[in-house]
Write a protein that binds this ligand. Structure first.
Ligand code: ZN
Length: 601
């Protein structure tokens, strides 16, 4: 998930931030127990950009509670209590937390499993420690600041309360989680809060509703997306553009069904290692069929449908394939985490000697497509062989891994090597992009696969007349159309580049007598391929402009007596810029150039 990059703030000491946020969480928990002496405390770790603490309280927390707690926290900070660490024996710890059942459970699991209070391995150390400030003592491995006074009284804020199951387990009690944030200074806190506000303003779920792009509905079921006409048009344009480019790049389009026999998923291994992501089978005449979680086995069957020679390769099978994967209802999130989605999927089959060029081509293709949407900033992660679990011989991994690395090098993309991070079936590149708010999103993947060609017995006849195994590469560029759309909405805050805007221009007649002329201009622009509307409502001009601006329509074309007399339109951009009156043909030329260049406006 995308985040605010606090570690990129120059001169920021990560260990200080950790201690600051963890200490603020302790101070908060102490105050919550003051307000609810019968309250039970669970865990309260620092997280990126802040902290949280989970509580079991007699009633739901209100906004007033949070304000009261913040106020009291400032008093605790002002008292400048030291944070005191001590080692406690299991007996002491159980006594100390006798009224805190969650802590007792943590103590048991720390002692039993050698994990710390967050369930992380405690490096062979099952020592129980506590930290105390004032009269609040918490089971904790630390580290902490030395004194509460080191927390800037104007550098923290409690943000919201959310429900969270104890230990993330839906069969356990639902607790109240208070999220907060803490920074070394008021300025840094304010900068972060402004960023949060911007994130909220661009939330794709909210814009999806406001701009009538897509919806989800309980009647339909969680994680399933309905694309409305305006969202559907953007998807159509994105797909159509990519389809044309795929054809130019030597891909063949294939189509495959949504279900397939269990034989397919057994052979591919999905039933073995991917089953928890798949839905229950359908029974068709006594045979089990599964909804597809991936498109690969279908493309493999197409490869296998005839004898392949070295001259046929490379083969590039592309499909906008809709797949279904099980996600728990608690993690579903707008367009970003869904149960049914369409991948812009392709599988490349090539000879070993073709592989480095194939990788170069696919990476550059990927960058070209993403750049066409205005994304400029990329980070790549190259995942290499995990010696613990890896298909094929170590030597088999060398050439593909090197080809992936060399392609990144040549493309000039900053990359990190995720040593041993590959799945067992092959090395891969994950390409992430940075959006307008500096958040990192994972969309594209280029993934080698040593396993499926083996399992399905894929071969080609080489120049030597013998059978050889082809290389197979899975790749998706947008990743999923749903997720890509979500990222696009948030990156642009709904103000899409003109070539993607569902409505590109809206004619705004000043009075009734201008409506006929507005319609005439609209017809001319439509003829030239623009997507145009006429606002012939009885509202006043300013209200019409405001409305068009809310809908993020790139061009507002105001027409009154003067424009009508001279064959002109007065052009206003959604950015607020006023271009003034110009002949209709001149506007058309300008708009067509912006569209052809895929410029924002
Ligand atoms: Zn695949």
């Amino acid at each position: 998930m995308a985040t605010y990059k606090d570690h990129e703030i120059p001169g920021q000491d990560q260990s200080f931030l950790y201690k600051l946020r963890h200490s603020t969480a302790h101070v908060m928990a102490g105050v919550v127990l003051e307000r609810f002496p019968e309250g039970k405390i669970a865990i309260g770790p620092p997280i990126e950009n802040g902290f949280y603490y989970d509580f079991d309280l007699p009633r739901p927390l209100t906004r007033e509670d949070l304000e009261w707690i913040e106020e009291r926290m400032r008093e605790v900070i002002a008292r400048d209590y030291p944070f005191v660490r001590r080692v406690v024996s299991p007996e002491e710890a159980r006594q100390l937390f006798a009224n805190q059942p969650y802590k007792l459970e943590l103590i048991d699991s720390i002692l039993a499993a050698g994990t710390d209070e967050y369930g992380e391995k405690a490096q062979g150390n099952t020592e129980l420690t506590t930290y105390r400030h004032g009269n609040f003592e918490d089971l904790c491995r630390g580290p902490h600041l030395e004194r509460t006074g080191q927390i800037p009284a104007d550098g923290f804020k409690l943000l919201n309360v959310a429900g969270a199951y104890w230990r993330g387990d839906e069969r356990r009690p639902m607790l109240q989680r208070i999220y907060g944030t803490a920074w070394p200074s008021k300025e840094e806190l304010e900068r972060y809060l402004a960023w949060l506000e911007e994130v909220e303003r661009r939330d794709h779920r909210r814009l999806g509703k406001e701009l009538d792009l897509f919806s989800t509905s309980p009647e339909l079921g969680g994680g399933l997306i309905l694309w409305h006409p305006k969202g559907g048009l953007i998807r159509y344009l994105a797909e159509e553009f990519a389809r044309q480019e795929h054809l130019k790049a030597g891909y063949d389009f294939v189509f495959s069904p949504h279900i397939g026999r269990s034989w397919l998923w057994q052979t591919s291994g999905h039933l073995e290692w991917y089953r928890e992501n798949m839905y229950s089978p359908l029974d068709i005449e006594g045979q089990e069929y599964y909804l597809k979680p991936m498109n690969c086995p279908f493309h493999i069957l197409i490869y296998k449908s005839r004898l392949r020679s070295y001259r046929d390769l490379p083969l590039r099978f592309a499909e906008w394939g809709t797949v279904y994967r099980y996600e728990r209802s608690g993690v579903l999130h707008g367009l970003l985490r869904v149960r049914g989605f369409t991948q812009d999927d392709a599988h490349l089959f090539c000879r070993p000697d073709q592989m480095p060029e194939e990788i170069d081509r696919v990476l550059n293709f990927c960058l070209f497509i993403l750049r066409s949407f205005g994304f400029e900033d990329f980070r790549a992660y190259l995942a290499t062989r995990n010696p613990e679990k890896a298909a094929a011989e170590p030597e088999a991994w060398e050439a593909p891994t090197e080809a992936l690395r060399a392609a990144l090098e040549r493309a000039g993309i900053p990359y990190q090597i995720d040593e041993g991070g590959a799945a067992f079936y092959g090395p891969k590149i994950d390409l992430k992009l940075l959006d307008a708010l500096g958040r990192e999103w994972q969309l594209s993947t280029i993934q080698f696969d040593f396993v499926l060609p083996e399992r399905f017995g894929l071969t080609y006849i080489g120049e030597d007349g013998a059978e050889h195994r082809p290389y197979m590469i899975h790749r998706a560029l947008y990743g999923s159309m749903e997720r890509f759309f979500g990222v696009l909405i948030e990156h642009y805050g709904g103000a899409f580049p003109v070539w993607l805007a569902p409505v590109q221009a809206r004619l705004i007649p000043i009075a009734d007598r201008h409506v006929a002329y507005a319609r005439e201009v609209a017809a001319r622009l439509k003829e030239a391929g623009l997507r145009v509307e006429v606002d012939d409502s009885t509202q006043r001009m300013n209200a019409k402009i405001r409305e068009a601006q809310l809908q993020k329509i790139p061009y507002m074309l105001v027409v009154g007596d003067r424009e009508m007399a001279n064959g002109m339109v007065a052009v206003r951009l959604r950015t607020g810029e006023d271009k003034g009156p110009m002949p209709v043909e001149e506007f058309l030329k300008m708009a067509c150039r912006v569209i052809a260049e895929k410029a924002p406006i």
